[in-house]
Write a protein that binds this ligand. Sequence first.
Ligand SMILES: [Zn+2]
Length: 71
Amino acid sequence: MANDEVDDHLVARRTFAAAVAFMAAQPGGPERTLALHRRRPDGYCTGCVHTLAHWPCTVARIALCAVAGHN
Ligand SMILES: [Zn+2]
C-alpha cells in the first residue's frame, strides 16, 4: 500500500515536470498561459471558468515553473 502511494507521488511529480518542460519549450508558451490564467480579485483563476479553480491553478503553476526555469 505504502509503495503504491510513493509511486503515485513520483508519477505525479514526473508528469508535472514533463508538462513544465513541454510548456517551457513553446515560444511564449508560459507567458500566453499566464495571460489567460490570471488571479481574480476573489482569488479564483480567470482562465478556469468551467471548473472554478483557486489561483494558481494547475496550468498556471506549470507556467510559473516554466517561467522560473525549473521543474
Ligand atoms: Zn487556470
